[in-house]
Write a protein that binds this ligand. Structure first.
Ligand code: IPM
Ligand code: MG
Length: 358
């Protein structure tokens, strides 16, 4: 099969983990006889310093001409510490999401049995955790207008906006997902306070009747934040709005032992994007210490979702599991054991794939 993919490494550790993920993708393509055609594009702070724009037109054209996009991370301390910067690297990611209409971000949260002891939670709480967080990605407070400051600069505002169509399409996607899993959907909102949340709940209650085989529960976001820590095994599919999803998935990711492990798929009307949920980790740049697993697992999601090639995805997961069992891991999850470099972990996984019997 011919696989045309866009590679957007972005900022910080993005390029380092992308190199490893690409090495894994190449190994898989050699193994299964796929013809890989990839091209690199700029996004984030690197794009700003090259072109002045965080998501240049050229990058957008590359994305829409590709079958899938692998994205690393954006963000830079230079901007984080300068709240008055008008152009910001994160705008690159947000513009890409909006322009590709990536309305659903699917974040699987699964415990890796070989290192549940790395979790900050007790092993008995974490073993067998397996849920999916579906985050709405192109609406809500991230994109609502007006947004900004009053003329005197003393007041700032953001606006949370959702319409019925935006809510309906993500809830339907979540129901379809839940229908293929353990058939339980948790709709997370703040309907006791926010009017957008009340609209979410109203739409979900209407759709609930169309999916009688799925059990629906409604949960306020503060309660969900607590239950994810207290009873993570109770969740199957969780659906929520943009910012709640951003926060809950960072929280959920540490259950599995490290933020460096969680991959995600962003899907919508055009090309899908596969990205780790972590950020650009500027403190680690150039040190070859960042965990490449979330980026490598994002490539597994890409094979499965964008190309419908489950065996390729499975082999990547098997190789990642093997690296965990053999403790070929980076410092964030090495505990008292030896900490391997980003590049060593990536090469080990690519080699496992090359040598495997499929
Ligand atoms: C994420 C990130 C982004 C977000 C940032 C980098 C804009 O935190 O993908 O979760 O908030 O969506
Ligand atoms: Mg986030």
């Amino acid at each position: 099969m011919k696989l045309k993919i866009a590679i957007l490494p972005g900022d910080g550790i993005g390029p380092e983990i992308m190199t490893q993920s690409l090495g894994v993708v190449q190994a898989v393509c050699r193994k299964f006889g796929h013809d890989l055609d990839y091209q690199e594009g700029k996004i984030g702070a690197v794009a700003i310093s090259d072109t002045g724009i965080p998501y240049p037109e050229e990058t957008h054209l590359l994305c829409i001409a590709s079958d899938a996009v692998l994205f690393g991370a954006v963000g830079s301390p230079e901007y984080d510490n300068n709240p008055s910067a008008k152009i910001r690297p994160e705008q690159g990611l947000l513009t890409m999401r909006k322009q590709l209409d990536l309305y659903a971000n699917i974040r699987p949260v699964k415990a890796f049995s070989s290192f549940i002891h790395q979790s900050p939670l007790r092993s008995d709480l974490v073993a067998d955790v397996d849920f999916v967080c579906i985050r709405e990605l192109t609406g809500g407070i991230y994109f609502g207008r007006p947004q900004g400051r009053s003329e005197d600069g003393l007041t700032a505002y953001d606006t949370c906006v959702y319409n019925v169509d935006e809510i309906e399409r993500i809830i339907r996607l979540a129901y379809n997902y839940a229908g293929k899993r353990r058939k339980k959907l948790t709709v997370v909102d703040k309907a006791n306070v926010l009017s957008t949340s009340r609209l979410w709940r109203q739409v979900a209650q209407r759709l609930e009747k169309e999916y009688p085989d799925v059990e629906t529960e409604y949960m306020f976001v503060d309660n969900a934040a607590m239950q994810i820590i207290q009873f993570p095994k109770r969740f199957d599919v969780l659906v929520t709005e943009n910012m709640f999803g951003d926060i809950l998935t960072d929280e959920a990711s540490v259950i599995t032992g490290s933020l460096g492990m969680l991959a995600s798929a962003s899907v919508g009307a055009h090309t899908s994007v596969f990205e780790p949920i972590h950020g650009s980790y500027p403190q680690a740049v150039g040190k070859d210490i960042a965990n490449p697993l979330a980026m490598i697992l994002s490539a597994a999601l890409m094979f499965e979702y964008a190309f419908n090639l489950p065996n390729e995805g499975r082999l990547i997961r098997e190789a990642v599991d093997a690296s965990l069992t053999e403790k070929i891991v980076t410092e964030d999850i090495a505990g008292k054991g030896r900490a391997y470099k980003t590049s060593e972990v990536g090469k080990w996984i690519a080699e496992y794939i090359t040598l495997s019997g499929k």
